[in-house]
Design a binder for this molecule. Structure first.
Ligand code: ADQ
Length: 489
């Protein structure tokens, strides 16, 4: 808190992310309906004490006319959101192109899309130019709303160019940047044609944060190897200017899950699911339908498990809930068909007239349905090929009460660093190993389950989203204070 005339004043925070936490639907020329999405970031920031936060981002819709833009801006202001308007062409080049076709696969070690590798190489420069233009548009909106003393927190790989744009405008602005994906090994980052420009613009921030120590280390070594700068225990130094680099592992709002489990509607749902799957162990996967989540690998491992453990065939069911994303992209359409094909084959192979081993749903579930599913699950399977953190693993743990279910977790998810001692860690590419872990999890003695669960539960309930946001914002404040002190000395 800052004090003003004796009254405490809340720290003003501008949160800048590609997407605002709302979905906007146009109802008329000048009317909009807005739905706030209670994502992890929103609940994290709602829980931060003494902060007065506003959001700046794209509303996810194209609004070409001024009347519509004015009406949307007004409606969003009531939700403490400020829109950045991006036209279709820039969304295509910046968001679909540079962010999702280049940075997303590269940061997850998947390389560039196989089929259009050459086309991507050809269009690289125009997409990068659009990326910089889009970042400048975000910066213009921040600059318009910035007041002295504000703290600006930029989020994710969409906005790596933003810290530089902001500092060019006002060197005194406190700017933090946090990456929600992994930061890959410097050997991977080196392959990016815009490698230096991106690193330099991120380094313009005062504080740079990652989910894990490894990602932070990769970033620092990219700066030392590619830019020739000096890495220090605190971060990266360039001509006397220190950019603090540190790990800030995200968490969830575990109380929200605990409260949901007490609701009568959720209890009814839990009872229904318990009856529906009586006599069978429930295994669960909840993922966005994205290549990084390793869904085909997970299902193939489950098939291997059924092959090798015939005694379990009618005693276990895998529920795979996969929210479709980027449905207009051919690679994602191919992934959907591939998953459907594998599920169909396994159900044909091991199903009976009354039961199938896999229930696969291509859809999102509402929060209460999701909590009920987590609660009835015996074994959760998180087999991401790479994942910045993976909040599903945390949510599953938070919803496990008496059951004390087992978490099988990819060693390539950031969550493996925090839940590693409680979970069964696997290499998702090794289906034989994952199949063995499934068998081990299903047969695990109750005292071992309890011990593992206790470890995970203690972590998830004490490292919350609110702690994450509070720590980042307070360190960002301190960093700038330190920097000012240095210049005064
Ligand atoms: P995501 O890749 O989206 O996030 P994750 O961390 O697992 O991955 O979060 C997904 C969220 O969506 C969870 O809250 C989950 O409940 C929800 N969800 C997923 N499938 C769902 C379904 N079928 N129905 C309903 N809800 C569903 C990115 C990074 C992660 C990082 C987070 C936060 O890729 O690595 O953990 O940001 O930094």
């Amino acid at each position: 808190c800052r004090a003003s005339e004796g009254k405490p004043v809340k720290q003003r925070l501008l949160v800048v992310a590609n997407r605002l936490p709302v979905s906007a639907v146009r109802r008329g020329e000048d009317s909009w309906s807005l739905d706030i999405s209670a994502g992890g970031l929103v609940s994290a920031l709602l829980g931060v004490r003494d902060v007065d936060a506003k959001w700046i981002g794209w509303a996810g819709v194209n609004v070409p006319d001024e009347v519509g833009q004015r009406a949307l801006t007004k409606a969003l202001a009531e939700k403490r959101c400020i829109p950045v308007f991006l036209d279709e062409e820039i969304v295509h080049q910046y968001y679909n192109g540079y962010c999702n076709n280049i940075l997303w696969p590269l940061f997850h070690y998947l390389g560039l899309p196989q089929e259009d590798r050459l086309a991507t190489t050809r269009s690289f420069q125009s997409q990068f130019d659009a990326y910089k233009r889009a970042n400048q548009m975000f910066a213009d909106v921040v600059n318009e709303h910035y007041e002295e003393g504000d703290v600006v927190w930029c989020h994710d790989y969409h906005l790596m160019f933003l810290p530089k744009c902001l500092k060019d405008f006002n060197g005194k602005m406190k700017v933090g940047w946090f990456l929600h994906t992994p930061f890959p090994s410097s050997e991977i980052h080196r392959t990016l044609p815009s490698r230096s420009e991106l690193l330099k613009s991120v380094l313009a921030a005062d504080l740079v944060g990652f989910h894990t120590y490894d990602y932070a280390r990769h970033f620092v070594s990219a700066c030392t190897r590619i830019l020739g700068l000096e890495g220090t225990p605190e971060g990266v130094e360039d001509q006397g200017k220190l950019t603090r680099v540190a790990a800030f592992p995200i968490g969830i709002d575990s109380d929200r899950f605990k409260r949901a489990l007490e609701l009568p509607a959720v209890k009814v749902h839990i009872n229904e699911l318990t009856q529906r799957f009586a006599g069978r162990k429930v295994m669960l996967g909840v993922d966005r339908l994205d290549m990084i989540k390793g869904i085909p690998q997970k299902i193939l491992a489950f098939e291997k498990f059924l092959e090798e453990n015939p005694e379990w065939r009618d005693k276990v069911v895998l529920l795979q809930i996969a929210v479709p994303t980027r449905t207009d992209v051919p690679e994602y359409q191919k992934l959907t068909s591939q998953v459907h094909e594998i599920v169909g084959r396994i159900n044909g192979r091991f199903g009976t007239l009354t039961a199938v081993p896999i229930h696969h749903l291509d859809r999102s579930l509402d929060f209460h349905a999701l909590c009920a599913l987590y609660a009835v699950t015996d074994v959760a399977l998180v087999t991401s090929l790479r994942d910045g953190m993976n909040l599903v693993s945390y949510e599953f743990v938070a919803c496990q009460g008496a059951k004390k279910g087992v978490l099988i977790l990819s060693e390539f998810a950031g969550a493996a660093q925090s839940l590693g001692a409680g979970a069964l860690l696997v290499n998702p590419w090794n289906v034989t190993e994952v199949a063995k872990s499934i068998a081990y999890a299903l047969n695990m003695p109750s005292d071992e389950r309890e011990k593992r669960h206790r470890h995970n539960y203690a972590h998830v309930t004490t490292h919350t989203a609110q702690d994450w946001a509070e720590t980042f914002v307070s360190e960002l404040n301190d960093t700038v204070v330190e920097a000012q002190l240095r210049t005064r000395q």
